[in-house]
Design a protein around this ligand. Structure first.
Ligand code: HEM
Length: 522
């Protein structure tokens, strides 16, 4: 007898199967995997806060961060880790320095050992890869920029971009850095002469001033544009960062980034705006009659015409690299200058030492040039100390397969977090004065400043270490030299010491500073 099954039944069975499969997938992701992983780590002596279905530990993190952000620290305290990462602080005190926690359904293991950090960061590129990030963040820099590309694509991008940021190229850019800083100083002078009541002392919110200045410098030095042209890129990136901050407070459910919610609409709109602003800068260079200059954009556009595939970038990749460098060149140097200014305003003795060094190596009025920077040893030490105490808050990587790390077995898909703020203030590594501002610890170089040669990871280490390190240091030295030649800095009474994690460590209420002219302000 022939069995005829109606088509509707077949469809119904198929739909049921799909639902069952989905439910089983969901069960695996939401319940089974976290359970298995928790057990695997427990067997190795690693525990942590309890996993909650779907949310992991996100709610606890949010609550602890909200509470800690109400506190104000004593300005002389550099013990900022508990304010910035109260959840890590609490979990370390309960579960030890290595612990497991859950960012939604994503397992994260927090490790503070500099030796293990070195092993991960210097390992083969395809072992520990850049950790997954929320899709919102990709709109900030794009998927095809240096920060997120992997494997052979990363090798190709880095090979093309390295020459644009070589020390010789950066020395040529010094003039741009000086000109942009002079422009800022001119603006200060003009504003002061408008305000007849305030002749002597200038009051400035330095975080804002530095943010504008570093934006001007990267736009001019790397893209041959200017703050005026780059401003749309920076403003849009700033707005996108705020959207990312909002979305970070919610759990991430894959697929929800495509839903037409008001926040997603805003992100899509800003993404389009950002791409268009960058495109404008690229197109205007493409249309310029002259040969492309040897700045970052020029080098990328030349690569576009290369016959060799391994030396070629396409236009989409160039646009994402532009987004990457606009962001990378702005925030991190702003913070280095901001926190160094805060520390020098607080430690007048060090401010005076740096001024003496500047007067000796560069003079009282001469603008710094490419020969000046290697002579500013004390300033270098101050920047290192500032990066140690207020530099990048953490680094992360994801295990691309089951891997061994020290005595630990790390299952595929686990994210490893290195809490730099904690590692950079660990007394066992840096000595009893680890939470004190003491640039002298760097007097024999970075690798001899602590008990482990790779203890300072502010620029990371290994193949994916910061490509902009030389650019950042020369830029910061130019700016600080020119300010200290003209002013003595002190903290305004309005300053509230409240470092907060906004992708980088930033002053929650800005950095109001009093600038006392040293002579006639020229
Ligand atoms: C004080 C200033 C800076 C600090 C502290 C800093 C820190 C870092 C760190 C820690 C990394 C590694 C991230 C990781 O491994 O996950 C990194 C990578 C990177 N940085 Fe910087 N950075 C600074 C300035 C700059 C500047 C000025 C630029 C651009 C001109 C830049 C562009 C980049 C890029 C493109 C990468 C990705 C490199 C790669 O994956 O190959 N950074 N930076």
């Amino acid at each position: 007898m022939e069995l005829i099954v109606p088509i509707t039944h077949i469809l119904a069975v198929l739909v049921l199967l799909l639902i069952v499969l989905r439910i089983s997938d969901a069960f695996t992701i939401l319940v089974w995997q976290p359970l298995i992983l928790t057990r695997r780590f427990k067997k190795q002596g690693i525990s942590g806060p309890r996993y909650r279905i779907l949310y992991g530990n996100i709610d606890e993190i949010k609550k602890m961060k909200r509470e800690s952000q109400l506190s104000i620290l004593d300005p002389s305290s550099n013990d900022v880790f508990p304010r910035i990462f109260p959840h890590y602080q609490q979990w370390m005190s309960i579960y030890g320095e290595t612990f497991l926690y859950w960012n939604g359904t994503e397992p994260r293991i927090c490790i503070s050992d500099p030796e293990l950090a070195k092993q991960v960061l210097s390992s083969k590129l395809d072992f520990f890869v850049k950790s997954k990030i929320r899709p919102e963040f990709l709109h900030l820099v794009g998927m095809k920029g240096l920060i997120f590309v992997e494997g052979v694509d990363w090798v190709r991008h880095r090979r093309i971009l390295n020459p644009a940021l070589s020390i010789d190229r950066i020395k040529v850019m010094t003039k741009v850095m000086v000109d942009c800083t002079l422009r800022m100083l001119d603006e200060w002078r003009n504003q002061r002469s408008d305000d007849k009541t305030e002749q002597l002392v200038l009051k400035k919110e330095m975080n804002r001033e530095f943010s504008r200045l570093t934006a001007d410098i990267i736009a001019t030095a790397a893209f041959g544009s200017s703050y005026a042209e780059g401003i749309h890129v920076f403003r849009t990136q700033e707005e996108l960062k705020q959207c990312c901050a909002i979305s970070l407070t919610n759990i991430f459910i894959p697929g929800t980034q495509y839903l037409p919610t008001p926040l997603n609409f805003r992100i899509w709109m800003l993404d389009r705006k950002l791409k268009n602003s960058v495109k404008k800068i690229v197109v205007s260079r493409l249309q310029s009659e002259s040969d492309y200059e040897d700045d970052l954009l020029g080098i990328m556009l030349k690569s576009c015409k290369s016959e060799e595939n391994e030396r070629k970038l396409d236009i989409e990749e160039i646009i994402d690299e532009c987004r990457t460098f606009f962001l990378g060149g702005n925030d991190s140097v702003t913070n280095l200058l901001t926190w160094s200014t805060m520390l020098l305003s607080l430690h007048q003795d060090w401010q005076e030492k740096l001024r003496e060094e500047i007067f000796k190596e560069c003079g009282k009025e001469k603008t710094p040039d490419s020969d000046t920077f290697s002579k500013l040893k004390l300033m270098n030490m101050v920047f290192m100390e500032s990066l140690r105490l207020y530099g990048p808050p953490f680094l992360s990587r994801e295990a691309s397969k089951d891997l061994k790390l020290g005595n630990l077995e790390i299952p595929k898909g686990t994210t490893i977090i290195f809490p730099l703020l904690k590692m950079h203030s660990d007394k066992a590594i840096w000595g009893e004065d680890a939470d004190k501002f003491n640039p002298m610890r760097f007097k024999n170089g970075v690798s001899r400043a602590a008990k482990h040669p790779n203890a300072l990871l502010a620029f990371s280490t290994g193949p994916r270490a910061c490509i902009g390190q030389n650019f950042a240091m020369i830029e910061a030295k130019t700016v600080l030299t020119m300010i200290l030649q003209r002013f003595r800095l002190s903290l305004s009474a309005k300053y509230k010491h409240a470092p907060v994690d906004h992708l980088t460590v930033q002053p929650q209420y800005g950095l109001p500073v009093m600038l006392h002219p040293l002579g006639e302000f020229k």
